[in-house]
Every structure is written in structure tokens, then in C-alpha cells.
Design a protein around this ligand. Structure first.
Ligand code: CAA
Length: 240
């Protein structure tokens, strides 16, 4: 039977491209979303994939949601923690709420979702987890102490869980996308974005499908010897 995959934040951007790529590769895929019902309906219709709504920052909701999806598509063997938010502000202007919400969703969501799938993966002696980090975890970014901290936290989390999971046939990796053509990036001030794109050696934003390609590799059976790794897909920007 085809392996079952959950992609969080799976109805737009990198998440939606990942769902489509995994579905095309033959996996059974479920996408999660939170609040963006309209996007979920369009995605579900176009991609012909099921969607489920809950907040990944809510521990109990993750436990319940994973159980519900497993009933529908089978035990979860692949988890892509893609859900994330930004609340950009320089530190002197950042509110505690802006800090807390990004840490809780972007980093807390990884814990909550991994915690919900890890026991089953350990019992079945197979699992593939990919956590979506960011170039800004590696390089830092003006106005993103919250996001850079959460996304850098994901890299440490990934390495620690990879160590704990290696003997059970479970790999845990991170992807660090560069600036990608998504709604999150489109929401940036246009002048700031133009300046950033000018510093990308390849000279453009990534396409979501280019990030999804990396995820598809990391979750494949053939990637079983890759774990604890962070795969940068950033058009060469981090070299600068
Ligand atoms: N580097 C250095 N200086 C910068 C800067 C930068 N990147 N951006 C702004 N500044 C300077 C400005 O020139 C300005 O200088 P002066 O005071 O001397 O005029 C000062 O900092 C204040 O700038 P703003 O007027 O822009 O300040 P603000 O408080 O209105 O906004 C901000 C600050 C919210 C951080 C805004 O600049 C912003 O949104 N920046 C974009 C942050 C960003 O890159 N976000 C990425 C989102 S996409 C994503 O995160 C996905 C991913 O994984 C890649």
C-alpha cells in the first residue's frame, strides 16, 4: 500500500506544491490548514486531495488530527512540517505576542506534530520527517528575531530527533528554502523584496515546486541514509 503523508500548511505555497509532488510520486497525501478555508477549498478541488483544519500550535488538536487522518489514509509514515507564519518587526518594536505566536506555530508546531506521529513510526520501524526551516535561520534577517529563532530552533530539533530516531528506521531532515514565490514573501514590503532578490545569485525567487522537489527526495525510501541534514535550496544566496 502507498505510504501515507501529512503536509502541514499544505494548501498554499511550498506546502501545496509538496502535496502535489508527493501525490504525483504515488503517496497518499493529506494537507492541513488553519483559517484559510477558501484556499483549502480551491486546493482540495484542484489537487483532489483531502484537507483538515487545525492549529499546529495546539498540542491536543495535533493528536486528534493525526488520529483522524490515519483513519482515513492509513498510518502516517511521512510528515512534512511546513506550517509557518511571520510577524516581522525589529526587536525594539516586537510585541510579546509577535514573538510568542511565531515560536508557538513555527517551532512548537514541529514538536506537536512530531510527538503525534513518532510513536507509530517507531513501532513500525519506518518514518520520514521533513521540517521546513529557512535561509533566515542560517543567515539571520533584519526584522525577524522571532522567525530566525524559530527556524534555527527547527534545525537543532531536527538533529536531536534524527539521533533519537536513527535506530528505528526514521530519518529526520530539514529544508532551508530561500526566498520563494509564495503569499508569505509577496506580503513583504516590495522595496525590501526587490533588494533581496537582487542579492540572489540565480537572480529570482524560487518556485514552490523547486522546494517540493527537495522534500520529495528526502521522504523517498531511497533517502534512507540521509538524516539530521539541512538541505539549502536558495539560488546560491547563502554563499554571499
Ligand atoms: N538591513 C539593514 N537595514 C534595514 C533593513 C535591512 N534588511 N531593512 C530596513 N532597514 C533599515 C531602514 O533602511 C531604516 O533605516 P533608517 O531608520 O536609517 O531610515 C530602518 O531599518 C527602519 O526600517 P523600516 O522603516 O522598514 O522599519 P519598520 O519598523 O517600518 O519595518 C520591518 C521593519 C518590519 C523589518 C520591515 O523592514 C520588513 O518587513 N522587512 C522585511 C523582513 C523580511 O525579510 N521578511 C522576510 C519575510 S518572507 C520569509 O520569512 C520567508 C523565508 O523563510 C525566506
Amino acid at each position: 500500500m502507498a505510504r501515507a503523508a501529512i503536509v502541514t500548511g499544505g494548501v498554499t505555497g511550498i506546502g501545496a506544491a509538496t502535496c502535489r509532488a508527493l501525490s504525483k510520486a504515488g503517496y497518499r497525501v493529506a494537507a492541513t490548514y488553519f483559517k484559510n478555508q477558501g484556499d483549502a477549498e480551491i486546493f482540495s478541488k484542484e489537487a483532489e486531495l483531502p484537507t483538515y483544519e487545525w492549529n499546529v500550535a495546539d498540542f491536543d488538536a495535533c493528536q486528534g488530527g493525526v488520529t483522524e487522518i490515519a483513519k482515513a489514509i492509513g498510518p502516517i509514515e511521512i510528515l512534512v512540517n511546513n506550517a509557518g507564519i511571520t510577524r516581522d518587526a525589529t526587536l525594539q518594536k516586537m510585541t510579546h505576542e509577535q514573538w510568542r505566536s511565531v515560536i508557538d506555530v513555527d517551532l512548537g508546531g514541529c514538536f506537536n506534530m512530531c510527538r503525534a506521529v513518532i510513536e507509530g513510526m517507531r513501532e513500525r520501524r519506518f518514518g520520514r520527517i521533513v521540517n521546513v526551516s529557512s535561509i533566515n535561520a542560517l543567515a539571520g534577517q533584519f526584522g525577524q528575531t522571532n522567525y530566525a529563532a524559530a527556524k534555527a530552533g527547527i534545525i537543532g530539533f531536527t538533529k536531536a530527533l534524527a539521533l533519537e530516531s536513527a535506530s528505528r528506521g526514521i530519518t529526520v531532515n530539514a529544508i532551508a528554502p530561500g526566498y520563494t514565490d509564495t503569499a508569505m514573501v509577496a506580503a513583504m514590503p516590495p522595496d525590501v523584496l526587490t533588494k533581496i532578490v537582487a542579492t540572489v545569485p540565480i537572480g529570482r525567487l524560487a518556485r514552490p515546486e523547486e522546494i517540493a522537489r527537495g522534500v520529495t527526495f528526502l521522504v523517498s525510501d531511497e533517502a534512507g541514509f540521509v538524516t539530521g541534514e539541512t538541505l539549502s535550496i536558495n539560488g546560491g544566496k547563502y554563499m554571499q
